[in-house]
Design a protein around this ligand. Structure first.
Ligand code: FRU
Length: 575
């Protein structure tokens, strides 16, 4: 598509018919040149970036003329890390077309081509959402509108590192196959040039009295608050038609209670009971302990602090926990479930950190009374900031697969993947179970025999779903990949464990005690997601040097263990 012209100026025709919008992030490098970046509509200069700053800058251009756009770019004076085009009238269905500014030239990548490129990346998981480029963390604002799921996510478009936060946006009809949409929220301040972090932090979606949707999220502002050097406020955002950005944003809470000296964020909001009032929970710290704060409102705008909903035992602060992030609270099978991510926590016995927990109990709109112990959500720990929603009577959830322990290899154009969509239920004994949404079964391509499993490389089969069931008291499943990297999932009669050859072995990824009954495991190029014992014991690990699999072996002391395996298609290119 793009073609090389006279060095060093690269040019390409990128289309962009009347009404299209081009959005891009540019960073100045080197000396300013005559033509760092110019967009021409016919003979006319439509947009010209003369002297772009050395910090990332966002630009938008709406083509109101009839001529298509041509780009002229000097790659020695400016980088364009993220750019896309869309037609506001059709983007909801079609998604954005990426404009890839690379050393070899400028390429226009409409969704089909962008998805094919992503499916070809041997180090990119294929069964789940990840951004085309840039950094992603928490899922935000999950909702279903007119049969379309909307996923928003913490996003830093200009690099694969965490930075000033935006809300990225993608849509799907099944939570499995995704369409990239324009960035939805931008940071309120130019944090790059302030050399500050913050921006549009995490939040959730809620439907109002008339069914209209709004989002609540934290904005972290660069401001000199005592202790923090920043200020976290809560905003309510109403989406514009078609979810192309916000129509209106209001600040609804600009002050934390006096007992909270840092961290006051990630509003999860819902309509409570029959009186039409709203509740909001926020992740926070209270007098040094990680905690969850409760607020109530008659209308979603005017909020009153009801008190501390949950305060973690002293053990957590004593082992590094700074606060709770991304809390969630919902009714499930007649009980209430509180979900919490403990940032900074280091579990002394295993060395694992930033764990997520669920607490089951009762909630009357004002107080949460737990009826059991904290339940660990994922023993592999690469499962964080989970957000749930209830689109169709089922409680579904997605989480960010990360733990600050291992990152993408240097040079990766993107960072961050989401979990498979999970369906949450409560077992009769109060244990939270998470199973993959059956929509994922649609990616099964063909069933594999035991012989196939020892020679996956030849078959070119990947990713792989493996189901193992039986009464083994010892079981070891080893997956090897073309890079030589291995992941081992085991059960030693007492508990599940995961080890990856690329981890340094200082952290022990082990589950709580339980007998082995079954394991459903998704090996997905660098991500291994385990649903043990019907989803009551889950474990997720990232081992990014595991790319395409060469073999999977299942070894156990029970010869009647049943093994069923499927080669799966990429969610990016199927359907
Ligand atoms: C959790 C978190 C949230 C915050 C967001 C910032 O991963 O730290 O508490 O809103 O990420 O990107």
């Amino acid at each position: 598509m793009g073609r090389l012209n006279r060095n060093p100026i690269l040019t390409a025709e990128i289309g962009a018919s009347h009404g299209s919008v081009l959005e891009l992030w540019a960073v100045g490098i080197g000396e300013s040149a005559d033509t760092p970046l110019v967009f021409k509509a016919g003979d006319r200069v439509a947009l010209r970036l003369e002297a772009p700053p050395s910090t990332p800058h966002f630009y938008r251009y709406r083509n109101i003329g009839d001529a298509d756009l041509t780009v002229l770019w000097d790659p020695t004076s400016l980088r364009v890390p993220y750019a896309y085009l869309y037609d506001p009238a059709t983007v909801g269905d079609e998604g954005v077309a990426f404009v890839d500014f690379a050393e070899g030239g400028i390429r226009l990548l409409p969704p089909r081509q962008a998805n094919a490129a992503v499916a070809d990346e041997s180090a990119r998981p294929q069964l789940r959402f990840s951004p085309f480029k840039g950094w992603m963390n928490d899922p935000n604002g999950l909702c279903l509108v007119d049969g379309v799921y909307h996923l928003f996510y913490q996003f830093h478009p200009p690099s694969a590192d965490w930075g000033p936060m935006h809300w990225g946006h993608a849509t799907s009809r099944d939570l499995v196959r995704w369409t990239h949409q324009p960035v939805f929220l931008h940071p309120e301040q130019d944090l790059w040039s302030l050399r500050a972090s913050g921006g549009a932090f995490s939040g959730s979606a809620v439907r109002g009295e008339t069914g209209d949707l709004s989002f609540f999220h934290t904005e972290r502002l660069a401001a000199d608050d005592p202790f923090t050097g920043y200020r976290e406020i809560q905003k309510r955002v109403f989406p514009a038609e078609g979810f192309i950005g916000p129509r209106e944003a209001r600040v609804v809470l600009d002050r934390a209670p006096p007992t909270t000296s840092h961290d006051f964020r990630d509003p999860k909001v819902w309509k409570h009971g029959d009186d039409g009032t709203y509740r909001m929970i926020l992740g926070a710290e209270t007098d040094g302990d990680p905690s969850v704060l409760l607020y109530a409102s008659p209308d979603g705008d005017d909020w009153h602090h009801e008190g501390v909903l949950y305060r973690a035992p002293a053990h957590f602060a004593a082992h590094g926990a700074r606060s709770i992030e991304c809390p969630d609270l919902f009714e499930l099978d007649g009980r209430w479930v509180l979900i919490m991510s403990f940032v900074g926590y280091h579990e002394p016995e295993t060395g694992r950190h930033n764990l997520m927990y669920a607490l089951v109990g009762d909630f009357d709109g004002a107080a949460f009374v737990p009826s059991g112990e904290l339940q660990e959500l994922d023993f592999g720990t690469d499962f964080y900031a989970m957000q749930s929603f209830e689109p169709d009577g089922r409680r579904l959830a997605l989480a960010w697969l990360f733990n600050w322990e291992t990152g993408k290899p240097p040079g990766s154009a993107y960072s961050g993947e989401l979990s498979l969509p999970r369906v949450l239920t409560l077992e009769p004994d109060g244990t939270l179970a998470m199973k993959p949404d059956p929509a994922i079964d649609g990616l099964r391509q063909r069933r594999l025999s035991a012989a196939d499993l020892s020679d996956l490389g030849v078959l070119g089969a990947d990713p792989i779903e493996l189901n193992v069931a039986g009464t083994a008291s010892r079981i070891t499943i080893v997956a090897t990949s073309t890079t030589g990297s291995e992941v081992r999932v085991g059960h030693d009669g007492t508990r599940f464990d995961i080890t990856a050859s690329e981890h340094d072995g200082t952290i022990r990824y082990v589950s709580r005690d339980c007998a082995f009954r079954s394991a459903r495991i998704f090996f997905d190029r660098g991500v291994v997601e385990i649903f043990g014992n019907g989803g009551t014991v889950c474990g997720t690990t990232r081992a990014y040097r595991m790319d395409r699999l060469t073999s999977i072996s299942v070894d156990s002391d029970d010869s009647t263990v049943e093994v069923e395996a499927y080669a799966c298609s990429s969610a990016w290119t199927s359907g």
